[in-house]
Design a protein around this ligand. Structure first.
Ligand code: DC
Length: 234
């Protein structure tokens, strides 16, 4: 069966990574969470005091330090899931907290950050057989991806999911704060100048507000099968 690139883009907290991970495991592809890469750069900026009092990144300083930022993934042998590393340290848990979440959008809007991450993502997809989730995978990173999905769900549903996720991990969370953060990120992600969040013309739209994870996974595997069957049209 031919190997393809699967690009899964969409709004924040709509379950993109859950579905992308499940699909990658099922079909034996590599999974790459590109949001985790922008989160790791944000954590680096926080660790180095590279935000002003209004929460804006100190761009020139970050740009000068970018060569020192190395983001990678390693499989956790127990869960068989990839974990994010920043300069050799596992940061999987830290990058999911509210501090990183509320600083990540302005970092992800910086052209020099996007350029560095996009280059790395394109290298990861050279051999195909990859499921990559993010905001600009089907539009900028892999415009030629064979299967593109654009995922969305209502802001309320997404905030509730993130709230439940943080609570389950025993982290402090306020639903109103999370909802505000979800809406702010939607706005910044889709209005930034470089690589804004938008549906590629050839992407399939999936609104999962009322779907179970099982229903969603089934739909996804059907799309995968339809796009990997060898036939005269492929
Ligand atoms: O998917 P996520 O919530 O972990 O993404 C974190 C942030 O990174 C979010 O504000 C959007 C941004 N992002 C991006 O700009 N481009 C990507 N390919 C992935 C994420």
């Amino acid at each position: 069966m031919k190997k393809i690139i699967i690009a899964i883009d969409g709004h924040s907290s709509c379950g993109k990574s859950t579905m992308a991970k499940a699909l990658a495991q099922r079909v034996g592809y590599i999974y790459v969470d590109t949001g985790a890469m922008y989160r790791a750069v944000t954590l680096f900026a926080l660790q180095h005091g590279l935000f002003d009092k209004q929460g804006r990144p100190l761009e020139a300083k970050l740009e000068a330090l970018m060569p020192q930022v190395s983001v990678s993934f390693k499989l956790n042998p127990e869960t068989n899931l990839p974990q994010t590393y920043l300069n050799g340290q596992c940061v999987e848990s830290e990058i999911r907290g509210m501090e990183v979440s509320s600083h990540v959008s302005p970092i992800a809007a910086l052209p020099f950050v996007r350029q560095a991450m996009t280059r790395q993502q394109q290298l990861m997809g050279r051999q195909k057989g990859i499921v990559m989730d993010g905001r600009d995978i089907g539009t900028v990173v892999f415009p030629e991806a064979e299967l593109k999905i654009f995922v969305t769900a209502s802001a309320q549903v997404r905030a509730q999911r993130r709230y439940d996720e943080l609570k389950a991990k025993g982290q402090e969370a306020s639903f109103d704060e999370i909802l505000k953060n979800v809406k702010e990120r939607d706005y910044i992600d889709s209005h930034r100048e470089v690589a804004p969040l938008r549906q590629a013309p050839d992407a399939l739209l999936l609104d999962n507000s009322n779907l179970t994870i099982e229903e969603q996974n089934q739909w996804l595997i059907q799309q995968f099968e339809a796009h990997t069957q060898d036939g005269p049209e492929n």
